[in-house]
Structure formats: structure tokens, C-alpha cells
Design a protein around this ligand. Structure first.
Ligand SMILES: Nc1ncnc2c1ncn2[C@@H]1O[C@H](COP(=O)(O)OP(=O)(O)OP(=O)(O)O)[C@@H](O)[C@H]1O
Ligand SMILES: [Mg+2]
Length: 504
């Protein structure tokens, strides 16, 4: 291990939480903010993180003298300024490592102690990285693979928070690669990705083609017998008599479905309701028929589920539901809410293996400050967030607007992976909702580069910064730039014009 410097005595340090050290001249390029370092200590190896680095030089302390000397341009050429320059690193003490666990530091390191680079094997042990964990990248400033344990990362849910373009979906696809690479001996879960913008659809062409299925959400059919009328988007707008009429007809069909295995659709409900001849109920009937007709036109409810829950969730399999072709927000919410509910009920009964539900744009499906009746998917997502852990139902919520995500759902995500965020409201919200984040880390979030992340919570012993690795398989279409889109449009228009001219 390379020697980096020497602990110095300052007014308020070393104490049990921090110290500073002067960096050796030959080690200046080896010390960086956020890096782990170690110091010899009476009770073992003291591990610390560099919080900040300061440079100092007596020659440049007084503004008037610097200005005066520089006017004649003599300071650097006539004085040994380099000999008076020194660099100080301020460090936060993490604890003392005895080879197995980290103890709280209850006695400060001595001034004069030697500071050196950290033993990276020890660092991996100390940070709790698992040999068969998911390798998502390298620890920032170190050559250490970040390997997160499957249970610790997913069991108590995870949230990926960052502004647009910071690398959320990329990170998710790296996690999917890791999940797909596992063998059954390592424990495999089923994954369902709610791919709102169709960003993952190209995974199909990857080396995992046999373990990935992409579903077009616009072609999904929900088995009408599997739902409750509450799921219908208009349900909470209905008057009491309308609800009564709907419930009566619906329950009759459900009973027949249970006892006689009779299948039915929204159209069947409509036929029954239009048969109501009571004059007093005419307006109720017609209003209800209007609502049901709009539901029928959505082309979402059929006789049986397609895809079925058991087709969606299989061990070591990723099912991607692409919402690219669905414009209606209501329809998206219906599908999300229906499958979230069915998946959770099925895993509870042991009908499907443990699963991970990945929700892109999670703030649109579980929004803060919106009533559950107005956003049916919110109730289902919050339910998995609260109760899923016991049954093997895990969530990964991805959002670029953490402020707008349900606090109930976010607070149940025990691991937060945060990539670059610059919006001050979001930063404040993250500071309040992510445990173990201090102001140094919060400040660093704004300066993260694309693909750099801060991980806090259950999955890690302490917050760490990670450089997310490159994907192994090239399956993900990168965002198409504006120039390409514009050129494609003009080419198409030109082609059309030529076709018309040729025809004439
Ligand atoms: N770890 C990484 N390594 C290399 N390139 C990356 C990495 N992370 C992100 N990128 C690049 O940054 C671009 C944006 O990433 P990504 O699409 O994941 O952003 P996003 O956070 O999901 O954005 P949005 O909120 O708009 O969906 C990608 O096209 C990708 O090429
Ligand atoms: Mg994305």
C-alpha cells in the first residue's frame, strides 16, 4: 500500500470523527475527494473517507503582496513558491476494522500517524460486497467491483432517482443483465419491467433472447372475470344507483364465471344492462352504458388475461411490457394497477416465483398528493411497497421527479440509487428521504457525471459512490438525436412527394 501522508494536529482534530493529513508531494495525484484511506491505529486499521482537499501556500496569502509582485511579474520567478505549497486532506472517520466488522472509533488517531492507500480486498469485505452479488460497476476512485447482494438490494425495494439522461434506464439494464446471468443455484427471480417509453424493447435482440419476452401493452387483454368494478376508471364518478346497477350485473357474471367457468367481457355487461326496462332506472342505465361503452372502446378487457400472470413471471426470465404504443394515461394506469395487484396476490398464494416489478416513470403511477381513487395504480404500488417484502414481491421504482413520487412508496424503498440530480427541490427531498446522506454527499449529487451513482441504504454498509459499468451486451437502443429524427422526417416527406408525382 502506498504511503499518502501524515496526520496533522489542528485546533479541533484529530478527534473520534475526523482528522486531516498533509499529502506527501509524490502522492498528490493519488488522493481524491470521496476516496477511502487507512491509518494505523492502536486497535486496528482505521478507515476514513476523504471529505475535501485544500491547497495552501504562504506566498499567496496576502492579496496586496500578490498583486504588487505580480504587477512586475516576479513572484514565481524570484521566490521558491513551490517549496511552500502543501495540500491537506480532510477526512471523515468511518470506524476501525478488525478484519471482520467495523467498530466505532472511540479514540482518535495520533497526530503523526501514517496515512496510506486502503487495502482494496479489505475494502470489499468491509463494504459487504458479496461474491455472488450483482456487479453494477466499480467503486469510484478504487479498483473494486461493487457486488450487491440480491436480497439486500431488492427484498426491501429499491428506488433509482435521477434527472433525465443521467443513466437510470442504463443502470437498470445493467441490473437486468446481472439478473439474467444468474444460475438457479444462485437464486433467480422473475422480472417484469413496465417500460413506459419502450426503452428496453431492444433487449430482445441480445444474447439473452430466449430469456426475454417483450409484450406490446396496446395488445394486452385483461380477463374481465378477474377484476372488481373498482378497477374501472369511471367507478368513483358513478352515482350510488349507477354503482348498484353495475355491481349487481357484474357480480352475477362473476358468480357464473366461478361456478360454471363462464367467460364474459364488457360487451356482455352492456347487453345485460341495456336490457333493464324499468322506466325509473332509464337515466341510470343510459349513463352507465355510456361509461361501459368507452371502456369497451379501450379494447382492454377480454375473456382471459393475455399475457397470463404465470407467463409473465418465470425464474430467471425478464418480461418487458412496452407502453410505447399506448397513449391514454388512464389505460396505462389500468394495466399497471391490474398487473401489480394480480402479481402480488399470485406470489402470496405461491402461484408464481418471487419477482421484481420495475416501474419506469414511477411518479406517474404512484404520485404524491393525488387521491388513490384518482390514481388506481397508486394503491397497488403502495401495497407492494408496504407488504411485498414478506412474500417475495419486490419493487424497483425509477423516477426523474422524486418530489412527485408517493412518500409512502419512496420511504418503503430501503435502498436508494441516486444519479445526477440538479433540481434543488429534488435534492432537498432526497436529503430528507434517504437515510444516511450527509450534506457533503448531497452536494456531490449535482456534480455526478452520467453513469455515476450514489448508493445509500440497505444494500450497502455505508453510502458509496459507484461508476456504473458498461453493458456487456449491446441491446439497448440509445436515444435517437434530434438531427436524425428531423432528417428521417424530411426523407419520408420527399419520398411521399416523389411517389405522388410518379403516380400522376
Ligand atoms: N454507465 C454508463 N455507461 C455508459 N453510458 C451511459 C451510462 N449511463 C448512461 N449512459 C448514456 O447516457 C444516456 C442516457 O442514459 P439513460 O437513457 O439511462 O438516461 P435516463 O436517466 O433513463 O433518462 P430518462 O429519464 O430520459 O429516461 C444513454 O444513452 C447512455 O448512452
Ligand atoms: Mg430512462
Amino acid at each position: 500500500m502506498a504511503k499518502l501522508g501524515t496526520v496533522i494536529s489542528m485546533l479541533d482534530s484529530p478527534n473520534t470523527s475526523k482528522f486531516a493529513f498533509v499529502i506527501n508531494d509524490d502522492a498528490v495525484t493519488l488522493v481524491r475527494k470521496g476516496q477511502f484511506i487507512e491509518v494505523e491505529h492502536e486497535s486496528g486499521k482505521l478507515i476514513a473517507v476523504v471529505n475535501d482537499i485544500f491547497r495552501s501556500n504562504r506566498y499567496f496569502e496576502r492579496a496586496e503582496s500578490v498583486a504588487e509582485y505580480e504587477r512586475v511579474g516576479v513572484l514565481s520567478s524570484h521566490f521558491p513558491v513551490n517549496e511552500w505549497s502543501y495540500t491537506i486532506a480532510e477526512c471523515r472517520i468511518m470506524g476501525i476494522f478488525d478484519g471482520h466488522i467495523l467498530h466505532r472509533c472511540s479514540f482518535p488517531p495520533a497526530p503523526g500517524s501514517i496515512v496510506s492507500t486502503v487495502d482494496e480486498k479489505m475494502l470489499a469485505t468491509y463494504l459487504g460486497f458479496k461474491e455472488d452479488g450483482l456487479t453494477i460497476g466499480k467503486l469510484l476512485n478504487h479498483d473494486v467491483d461493487v457486488k450487491l447482494g440480491l436480497s439486500r438490494l431488492f427484498q426491501k425495494h429499491v428506488a433509482i432517482l435521477a434527472m433525465s439522461g443521467a443513466g437510470k434506464s442504463y443502470l437498470m439494464s445493467v441490473l437486468l443483465e446481472e439478473l439474467l446471468d444468474r444460475n438457479s443455484g444462485q437464486g433467480r427471480i422473475g422480472v417484469v419491467v413496465l417500460d413506459i417509453h419502450g426503452e428496453y424493447a431492444n433487449m430482445r435482440g441480445s444474447a439473452f433472447a430466449d430469456r426475454i419476452t417483450v409484450y406490446d401493452a396496446s395488445k394486452i387483454r385483461i380477463g374481465t372475470r378477474n377484476v372488481q368494478p373498482e378497477l374501472f376508471p369511471f367507478y368513483y364518478q358513478l352515482s350510488a344507483p349507477q354503482r348498484r346497477m353495475l355491481n349487481t350485473v357484474f357480480q352475477e357474471y362473476r358468480r357464473a364465471a366461478l361456478n360454471e367457468h363462464k367467460l364474459f367481457t364488457v360487451k356482455d355487461l352492456m347487453i345485460d344492462i341495456s336490457g333493464v326496462e324499468d322506466k325509473k332506472a332509464a337515466s341510470t342505465r343510459d349513463a352507465l352504458l355510456d361509461h361501459l361503452n368507452s371502456l369497451h372502446k379501450m379494447k382492454l378487457f377480454g375473456k382471459v388475461d393475455d399475457p397470463s400472470i404465470t407467463a409473465l413471471v418465470k425464474p430467471g426470465h425478464v418480461s418487458i411490457i412496452s407502453f410505447k404504443n399506448v397513449d391514454s394515461e388512464k389505460k396505462k394506469q389500468l394495466i399497471v394497477s391490474y398487473y401489480a395487484r394480480r402479481l402480488f396476490n399470485a406470489v402470496k398464494k405461491g402461484k408464481i416465483p418471487p419477482f421484481l416489478l420495475v416501474v419506469e416513470e414511477a411518479h406517474n403511477f404512484a404520485a404524491e398528493g393525488i387521491k388513490r381513487e384518482e390514481m388506481i395504480s397508486k394503491r397497488e404500488i403502495e401495497r407492494i411497497a408496504r407488504e411485498g417484502r414478506k412474500f417475495g414481491a419486490s419493487l424497483c421504482l425509477i423516477t426523474q421527479r422524486p418530489v412527485r413520487l408517493s412518500t409512502t412508496a419512496l420511504s418503503q424503498c430501503n435502498t436508494h440509487i441516486i444519479l445526477r440530480v440538479t433540481n434543488p427541490y429534488d435534492i432537498k427531498h432526497i436529503g430528507e428521504s434517504s437515510e444516511g446522506i450527509d450534506s457533503h454527499m448531497l452536494n456531490s449529487i449535482t456534480t455526478l457525471k452520467t453513469g455515476e451513482a450514489l448508493i445509500v441504504g440497505e444494500a450497502v454498509v455505508q453510502p458509496i459512490f459507484v461508476r456504473v459499468r458498461k453493458r456487456k451486451y449491446d441491446f439497448h437502443a440509445d436515444g435517437i438525436d434530434l438531427e436524425t429524427l428531423a432528417k428521417e422526417y424530411e426523407q419520408k416527406q420527399q419520398q411521399k412527394k416523389e411517389d405522388v408525382e410518379a403516380f400522376l
